[in-house]
Structure formats: C-alpha cells, structure tokens
Design a protein around this ligand. Structure first.
Ligand SMILES: Cc1cc2nc3c(=O)[nH]c(=O)nc-3n(C[C@H](O)[C@H](O)[C@H](O)COP(=O)(O)O)c2cc1C
Length: 150
C-alpha cells in the first residue's frame, strides 16, 4: 500500500498536519511519500493507492499560489484508481473562506475521478491534541475505503 501526501505550508501548520497524517499512515503499514506542493506532479499521484492533499488557504479563500499548476493538472490526470482525502489548516476567523482551499481540492480530486475516502477536514491554525484523534479518524476512513476497493 502506497500513499502520496502533498502539502503546502508557509508557516509550518500544514506541514505539521501532513506529518501527523504521515505518522498515522506509517503506523498502519502504509508506505508514505511526503512532497511539498511546488515540487509535486499530479501524475505522480497515479503511482499510489492513496492521495492526501494538505493545503493552506491564503488571501480571501485562495489556493496556495505555488500549488496552482498542481491544482490545474489534476483535471488532466486519470485518478480513477486513487482513494483521496484532503485535510488542511486555515483560520476560522475567515468565516466563509475558512479552509476554502481544502474544499476546492476536495472537489477537484473528485472531478478528476478519484474516490473520496474521507470527508474534507479543517484544522484551525496549528494542530493541537484535539486534532490528533480527528486526523486519526480521517486516516482510518481512508484505510476503510481502500479495503473496500480491494
Ligand atoms: C494574508 C493571509 C490570508 C489568509 N487567508 C485565509 C483564508 O482566506 N482562509 C483561511 O482559512 N485561512 C486564511 N489564512 C490563515 C492561514 O491559512 C493559516 O494561518 C494556516 O494555518 C497557515 O498554514 P501554514 O502554517 O501551513 O502556512 C490567511 C493567512 C494570511 C497571513
């Protein structure tokens, strides 16, 4: 079982979220690859069973700028064999724009034909002790979806 985790992070919060998910998947015996979004290639996701995207939200509900190419390329990639989940940190102060990049990546991956294995998960700023079990449930949901697919 192989998982690609792609994150975008300016101040470290989403990198932490990505590392928590990586730890949790590793503990389930999944082989994981962690890639910063500006270095990621949408096509690489087709090599794995699971894709986890961890974006920050900027501006007013904007996607990470360094991830725009990656985001657009997803639609040109056949992700029909891939189970995905999107989790990310934003700031709830932004109201309707809270973690909008998470919602947008979730919709983009579904449109690219990937299978949603977990509901999009929002983390408010730096992940804390309460977020660990929420992320564990997210990871577990991905594992359940993979088991169903097999
Ligand atoms: C200029 C600016 C704009 C932001 N806009 C949003 C936003 O629209 N929605 C949101 O949820 N968070 C917004 N944030 C908050 C960041 O997404 C949040 O701090 C996040 O944890 C940063 O992740 P990082 O540490 O991985 O870079 C904004 C932050 C800054 C500095």
């Amino acid at each position: 079982m192989q998982a690609n985790i792609v994150f975008a992070s300016l101040t470290g919060n989403n990198e932490e979220v990505a590392e928590i998910v990586q730890r949790q998947l590793d503990a389930q015996g999944v082989t994981t690859t962690l890639t910063e979004m500006s270095q990621a290639d949408a096509e690489d996701l087709t090599d794995g069973d699971i894709a986890v995207i961890v974006p920050y939200t900027y501006g007013e509900g904007d996607l990470p700028e360094e991830g725009l190419d990656f985001f657009e390329d997803l639609l040109d990639t056949d992700l029909s064999g891939v189970v995905f989940g999107v989790a990310g940190s934003g700031d709830s102060w932004y109201g309707d724009d809270y973690c909008k990049a998470v919602t947008e990546f979730d919709q983009q991956l579904a449109q690219a034909g990937a299978t949603r294995g977990a509901q999009p998960l929002f983390v408010d700023l730096r992940p804390d002790d309460d977020d660990e079990p929420r992320l564990a449930a997210f990871t577990q949901s991905l594992m359940t979806a993979i088991a169903k697919r097999a």
